[in-house]
Design a protein around this ligand. Sequence first.
Ligand SMILES: NC(=O)c1ccc[n+]([C@@H]2O[C@H](COP(=O)([O-])OP(=O)(O)OC[C@H]3O[C@@H](n4cnc5c(N)ncnc54)[C@H](O)[C@@H]3O)[C@@H](O)[C@H]2O)c1
Ligand SMILES: [Zn+2]
Length: 369
Amino acid sequence: MLTKVNVSLKARPKSKYNILLGDGILSNWQNWLSIQCPDKQIVIITDKIVENIYAHSFSKTLTKNGYNVLILSIEPGEESKVQSTKEYLELEMLKAKFGRNTLLLAFGGGIVGDLAGFIAATYMRGIRYIQIPTTLLAMIDSSVGGKTAINTPYGKNMIGVIFQPSLVVMDLALLSSLSKILVINGLIEALKIFLTLDNKSFTYARLNLNKLLEREPHTLKSVIARAVKLKVKVVKIDEFEENLRMILNFGHTIGHALEKLSNYHILHGYAVGLGILVEAKISQLMGILSIENYELISRVLNSIGISKDMLSAFNADEIVSIAKGDKKNHSGKILFVLLKDIGEVYTKNDMVATPVDENYIIQAFNSLL
Ligand SMILES: NC(=O)c1ccc[n+]([C@@H]2O[C@H](COP(=O)([O-])OP(=O)(O)OC[C@H]3O[C@@H](n4cnc5c(N)ncnc54)[C@H](O)[C@@H]3O)[C@@H](O)[C@H]2O)c1
Ligand SMILES: [Zn+2]
């Protein structure tokens, strides 16, 4: 069955689009593609792995049906989400004479989605694009909400823009080729959304972890749909991250620092999982979260392979120093989303991000190691 989630943004009510979630939507592409692309000009941005499994044959199908298709694929990995790749792809599109009537398909995981979305936002001052997420992480999180970005030597996602797609197509069939590690990678972003917004969904995911790891379709679809609906609710209210949307950065202040320190060798979801562990610990040390809830979170993460021992590879002082440079901070204080309860964040003066004394971060590391 097809689930359709409508995204209409409070600040720009006219800019509406749909998220489609179902099994086999890609093979029914006629149902959603032609209306998005009357001029039949398509650029597919993908990575080499996704190209081999899905995007190459999809592009052939479109060509056979009269579309003018350029497929551009990048090396998989965070190293590709940089300015030089963006420039290379844009120049290839210009060389092939793709104009403003081009529809761009961001066909891949979060890396392809963030990079291709940024290209769509700036190519000839903006062209339409469709997100076709192929990882669980990209379905649950990165393809929803229009955040696009590239990394720099000074930090992750430092250059980018919020630019909404005209459609998001989530085909569950594409998840069958994901490794268990990539399923866990995505599941962590779902747990992050549930921990900050919805106790019931956290309980559902926690009680169905084994089914999720086995990619049982019904359970997987339910978790994706829950996470997407929660994220859409947040983005509708606060598209430009003035306050509420920061909730989705839970686990990310520490997570991004770990990614940078590991030279992006640790997967995003795993870094966020460790970030959740540390940030929940900070919440508990500050007397905001109960020890029982902290331990529950720690147990759930542990059961999917996120253990505090993985933190021993990192130095707390270095993490503090990188976290200070996070783009969400101001006046030298490190801002954290802190957890008050499962499904509820701590707020002060209605703000969801709280400045935290760096001693708490060091203390959290010391008590975890
Ligand atoms: N824009 C946002 O709101 C947002 C939110 C969360 C994360 N992100 C970003 O997303 C990125 C991480 O995304 P990711 O985890 O999807 O990484 P990814 O795009 O690198 O994909 C992970 C790996 O899976 C492979 N892959 C993709 N689809 C596959 C499939 N169906 N079968 C088999 N292999 C497949 C890819 O080739 C890659 O090697 C990070 O850069 C992160 O910053 C963005
Ligand atoms: Zn994330």
